[in-house]
Design a protein around this ligand. Structure first.
Ligand SMILES: Nc1ncnc2c1ncn2[C@@H]1O[C@H](COP(=O)(O)OP(=O)(O)OP(=O)(O)O)[C@@H](O)[C@H]1O
Length: 364
């Protein structure tokens, strides 16, 4: 099964052939294969997603394993403790020896667009229970590595391992990765002509056998979990920016309750607080925490997301929403550490970025 948590409205979305090989950027492909495609028309969207035998829209897959919420504390307390993160140089960072909890691993990933070499050998691991931030100057490849982790873009070189298993090419219908990955785009990326209910329940209306009234009930419960009430019949244009982001989050965490085990495990957020005022940012940051297994949603229930990765520029998001940071610069990981070490780091690249100074190794 392919779950859809992003949007065809994002220019970054790729269309993946179900053999997992071909991909291209959305706009050119849409024009080629669906000349009449109009992003605002739900009927056409439906016909698109119904082409399950050939094309899939956006990311995410596969039956996850069971996990224990308590594991998240163990991971955070033991895997990247203060000692392990003291290092100021990424090459000296002490990695845990046990990799059994690694959900996503990138090994020496390279990606170019034309003659622009964006990722030049990125290696990183996302472990079960982690809340990780990816930071770094603009254009350094943060969103690109996120899309590669999600399976929307294939690396030119290097490997992506999902729970230790090599992923070939892109996410596809017939690939069983053993991990369900959701990507939440920077713009809330809702379908303008669909109601909030249809947006949040989109995947279930399209792909599940659940009766409509059951989906509607689940949508209401999921909206309540992200702190929204009585907005089901509204159109996205009737929501504030912060509300749209919450609706997008609700869409990414809803799942088919009639299946044995189908829950998102890893959520990837691309600049979730971009363009929000400080208070609205705080709301979204807390929301991101609340749907994590270590958190509690608006209804007081434990969150279900095993791990998440946030690409962000916002200091408040770095401080509030993540525990560990990965710093990308010129297509490489140049620093990793716990969030509280970010502001005291002696790494000149990190210091310049943290202070916003014009003096330092980062040049614009
Ligand atoms: N599909 C694409 N085709 C061509 N160039 C691309 C594509 N996707 C990204 N790029 C280029 O790759 C570079 C890195 O983009 P990316 O969005 O990953 O950076 P980023 O670190 O997330 O930047 P920002 O912080 O500004 O969002 C940019 O120069 C961008 O223009």
């Amino acid at each position: 099964m392919v779950s859809f948590v992003g949007s065809v409205m994002s220019p970054a979305v790729n269309f993946c052939k179900s053999n997992g090989v071909a991909s291209t950027s959305s706009s050119s492909y849409m024009k080629t294969f669906f000349p009449n495609f109009d992003l605002g028309k739900p009927l056409l969207l439906r016909s698109l997603t119904n082409r399950k035998d050939k094309w899939t829209v956006c990311a995410c897959v596969a039956p996850p394993r069971d996990y224990k919420a308590a594991d998240s504390d163990r991971v955070l307390n033991t895997k990247f403790n203060k000692e392990s993160a003291k290092s100021e140089n990424v090459s000296l960072l002490r990695e845990p020896e046990d990799d059994s909890d690694v959900l996503i691993e990138c090994r020496n990933v390279c990606k170019s667009f034309g003659d622009k070499h964006i990722l030049r050998g990125v290696s990183l691991k996302i472990r079960h229970g982690e809340a990780v931030g990816i930071i770094g100057p603009s254009g350094t490849g943060k969103s690109t590595i996120l899309k590669i982790m999600a399976g929307l873009l294939a690396p030119d070189k290097g490997e992506v391992l999902i729970r230790g298993k090599l992923r070939n090419g892109l996410v596809s219908d017939d690939e069983i990765s053993g991990l369900r990955i959701g990507l939440v785009f920077q713009s809330a990326a809702l379908f303008d002509s669909l109601t909030v209910r249809e947006n949040v329940g989109f995947l279930l209306y399209e792909n599940s056998a659940m009766p409509e009234d059951q989906i509607a009930q689940l949508v209401t419960e999921t909206l309540a979990a992200v702190g929204l009430k009585e907005v089901e019949d509204r159109l996205p244009s009737e929501l504030s920016g912060g509300m749209k982001k919450r609706v997008a989050l609700a869409r990414s965490i809803i799942f088919d309750t009639t299946k044995d085990v189908v829950e998102p495990e890893v959520l990837l957020y691309d600049e979730p607080t971009a363009g929000l005022d400080p208070i609205a940012s705080t709301v979204v940051e807390d929301l991101i925490r609340s749907v994590h297994v270590a958190g509690e949603d608006a209804l007081g229930k434990p969150g279900k997301i095993a791990s998440y990765v946030v690409v962000t520029h916002q200091h408040s998001t770095i401080k509030r929403a993540v525990d560990r940071l990965i710093f990308l610069y010129e297509g490489k990981v140049v620093w990793q550490g716990m969030t509280h070490e970010f502001s005291t780091s002696t790494n000149p690249i990190v210091r310049q970025f943290a202070s916003g100074s014009l003096d330092g190794p980062i040049r614009y």
